[in-house]
Write a protein that binds this ligand. Structure first.
Ligand code: HEM
Length: 460
């Protein structure tokens, strides 16, 4: 690998490190192979803005809280979603994460009410009920080794489908989880591929993608039809979206937009929370003392009852554990933008049309802002350490107008599911289970996450 300080004249020379990588391909082969470790090594040697080549395109990785605040918040109008999002368009279509300008605004305004505080209660009750079903399945089986990642994927898919679309997706859960995994992993392969050999008629990946997309479409069209025929009811997001197609005879959204928004929410709303919960149970298993503290806090506050939405405020240690998991394993580990005009970030000139990359993963492990950044230490959220951490050195849900619409949903779901599960079982990593975080669209455990559960009972 070749690191060279570029000479860009007086404006930016001392600040800018440039990674040229391999001729024409630039950094992409390194990023494709192991993005988390490669980029971590690179930013550790570098400054606030790092320049990389990627198959003939220039990427500026912005790695400072001030720079990130500028991109996401202060100067957000100077940026659009980056070229990398073109590769995820076949997944999200005309869904919120890839829409721009007026279309984005219209969809965001339409969907925002379904994520209001009052709606979160429903999410809490649903999450508790479905987590209890899973616990009953786990504890009634004689096999105490469970596939935590697979079970969290199904559970969070059920929650999002019930909560937003009033749909019972359980009988399709396996094939929908697999289809989502396929579309996302192929989209991710394409982002860093150089050249993009995955997207043509001769590529088996292309056909796997198409088949997965067809599976998702058939399930989604089925629950849209059932709602339109009056077989299901609900004042949920599906109801809002269908109404928006029809009110005043003026189509606020089209059939395709409806399908794409449902796909978007099934995908974004389940992968992110499933992986957060999986990493949480992994970290608890690695730190039995912390696991014990969570269990004690839950028993002291809840006794033998289920958690209620309002309990969250009384469980500071459990909350700190979730915050620390979101710091070390932010589901959206990298964000991409393209600047519409020339900008200067941290003294570095970035010409219009460049790719700008931001990584919550890299920033949230930054040595300058975190003591012992690689260590799992929930107490940093309780002992005042985080008071000196700038806003955009901890931003798992991003920020500014394009910040996560599902932040409240995610918190409520993760908290409810984790509280139900930790009150009933303890986790240990299964013998022989290898654990390697791998960056797909979210950060996932490459070899799955088999864990051994032990039930625990306490009388209050
Ligand atoms: C741990 C859980 C989650 C994390 C860490 C997370 C993180 C993020 C981040 C960082 C973004 C900004 C992406 C960007 O700027 O490029 C985002 C956007 C988004 N998230 Fe989440 N998310 C989570 C859960 C959810 C859930 C549960 C839903 C829906 C049910 C959801 C729906 C969305 C949508 C639709 C967007 C696009 C918003 C827009 O562009 O206006 N997310 N999320």
């Amino acid at each position: 690998m070749s690191l060279a300080i570029a000479d860009y004249g007086s404006l930016q020379a001392p600040l800018l490190t440039e990674f040229k990588g391999i001729p024409f391909l630039g950094a992409s082969p390194f990023i494709k192979k192991d993005p988390l470790n490669f980029l971590s090594a690179l930013v550790n040697r570098s400054d606030k803005v790092l320049k990389m080549q990627h198959v003939g395109q220039t990427v500026f990785l912005v790695n400072s809280p001030i720079g990130i605040e500028y991109v996401l918040e202060k100067a957000n109008k100077k940026f659009r979603k980056g070229n990398f999002y073109n590769k995820v368009k076949p997944v999200f279509g005309k869904g919120l994460p890839v829409l721009e300008k007026e279309d984005w605004k219209r969809h965001r305004q339409l969907m925002q009410p379904s994520f209001r505080k009052q709606e979160l209660e429903r999410i809490a009750y649903l999450s508790v009920e479905l987590a209890n079903d899973l616990i009953a399945k786990w504890t009634s089986s004689s096999n105490k080794t469970v596939n935590v990642d697979a079970d969290m994927a199904k559970l969070t898919l059920d929650v999002v489908a019930f909560a937003l679309f009033g749909a019972d997706i359980r009988k399709y859960a396996d094939k929908v989880v697999q289809a989502i995994d396929d579309v996302l992993s192929i989209a991710e392969l394409r982002i860093w591929a150089a050249p993009d050999l995955y997207w043509n008629w001769l590529s088996p990946y292309y056909w796997r993608f198409k088949s997965a997309r067809k599976t998702l479409d058939s399930v989604i069209y089925e629950f849209v039809e059932r709602r339109k025929n009056g077989e299901t009811f609900g004042s949920d997001l599906l109801g809002t979206l269908i109404m928006a197609m029809e009110i005043h005879g003026e189509k606020k959204i089209t059939d395709i937009e409806l399908r794409d928004e449902i796909t978007t929410l099934l995908v974004t709303g389940h992968e992110s929370t499933a992986n957060t919960l999986t990493w949480m149970f992994y970290e608890l298993a690695q730190h039995p003392d912390i696991q014990e503290k969570v269990i004690n806090e839950l028993f002291e506050n809840l006794g033998n009852r289920n958690p209620l939405p309002e309990d969250f405020d009384n469980l500071p240690f459990t909350k700190a554990v979730i915050q620390e998991v979101l710091r070390l394993y932010p589901a959206a580990w990298s964000l991409a933008r393209a600047n519409l005009e020339d900008v200067e970030i941290e003294g570095v000139f970035i010409p219009a049309g460049s790719n700008v990359m931001i990584s919550p993963y890299l920033m949230q492990r930054h040595r300058q802002f975190y003591k012992n950044p690689e260590a799992f230490r929930p107490e940093r959220f309780l002992n005042g350490e985080m008071d000196s951490v700038p806003k955009y050195a901890y931003f798992p849900f991003a920020g500014g107008p394009r910040g996560c619409i599902g932040e409240g949903f995610a918190w409520q779901e993760i908290f409810s599911v984790a509280s139900v599960i930790c009150r009933k079982v303890r986790f240990e990593l299964a013998p022989g289970q290898k654990v390697t975080p791998i960056a797909r669209v979210a950060i996932k455990p490459e070899h799955g996450m088999r864990m051994v559960i032990t039930e625990h009972h306490r009388s209050n």
